[in-house]
Design a protein around this ligand. Structure first.
Ligand SMILES: C[S@@+](CC[C@H](N)C(=O)[O-])C[C@H]1O[C@@H](n2cnc3c(N)ncnc32)[C@H](O)[C@@H]1O
Length: 251
């Protein structure tokens, strides 16, 4: 355990040199959530998994060719010139964050959190020293950022991976840190229409590989908004015969 932390600290120090990718601190007090290490270790934690999945064509294939469409619909919500602060909850394989960074105006800033240091290191390498994207080792359910401190929060395909109570806490945290009038933009799976043939293909895939994803077929994402919060609006749009959804909560 100590040896692993030592290696991790050395990598972080190395990343702090000028011209190197942005640095972040790994906190020994943030454990990996059990659903991540039990269910998704092969996709997000094992270094070989990161090497395999960090391919644009592969994430596009997993989303049945919809990666760019779903990425762009999320990013359009933020607008073409971002001069405020955006929080991205969890790293995403492919060029999601790089595209988000291209929308930065002169006063804009992006913070990305992830609970897995290996994912932050992978994103750091993709960002190639872009200092206006700050990486944070945090759990999405326990953000120590100030209330109402972000203009927008974006959550791309994280919520279906989380057990119900974890998902509710992530949504509550996103709504806590976004300012009134700001948006929480969520893109994720959704229950497809009866006539969508992928409905029948996806049931065994999700049940086998993504045990919490079927929750999103049964309930609306808005059902996990805490009762104490009354958003200005909740807008939902579905894609690809209903297999995917974008839900935008305006605080
Ligand atoms: C955003 S989701 C999946 C995105 C998409 N399927 C893709 O292609 O990358 C995967 C990321 O969520 C992170 N993650 C899972 N649970 C988290 C949590 N509680 N807090 C922060 N990050 C979390 C994982 O470490 C991983 O980097």
């Amino acid at each position: 355990m100590e040896a692993r932390r030592e290696i991790s600290n050395r990598v972080d120090e190395a990343e702090q040199h000028e011209g190197s990718p942005p640095a972040f601190e790994v906190s020994p007090h943030i454990p990996l959530p059990p659903y991540l290490s039990d269910t998704y270790w092969w996709a997000y934690l094992h270094p070989a998994g990161v090497r395999i999945f960090e391919r644009q064509w592969l994430v596009n294939l997993i989303l049945w060719g919809n990666f760019a469409r779903l990425r762009d619909t999320a990013l359009r919500e933020i607008g073409p010139c971002l001069n405020g602060r955006v929080l991205q909850l969890a790293c995403v394989y492919g060029n999601f964050t790089e595209r988000l960074a291209q929308q930065l105006g002169p006063m804009g800033q992006i913070d990305v959190v992830d609970v897995a240091p290996v994912q932050l290191r992978n994103l750091s390498a993709k960002l190639r020293g872009n200092r206006r994207v700050c990486l944070h080792h945090r759990d999405s359910t326990d953000l120590d950022f100030a209330d109402e401190s972000y203009d927008h929060v974006v959550v791309f395909f994280l919520l279906h991976e989380q057990p119900e109570q974890v998902r509710a806490r992530t949504i509550a945290q996103a709504l806590r840190v976004v300012r009134p009038g700001g948006k929480v933009i969520m893109v994720d799976y959704h229950r497809p229409a009866w006539a969508n043939p992928l409905r029948y293909v996806m049931i065994p895939i999700l049940k086998t590989l993504e045990p919490f994803a079927m929750d999103l077929w049964r309930k609306e994402l808005a059902d996990w908004i805490p009762g104490s919060i009354c958003p200005a609006s909740v807008e939902k749009k579905t894609y690809f015969g209903g297999l995917y959804q974008k839900v935008v909560i305006t605080r």
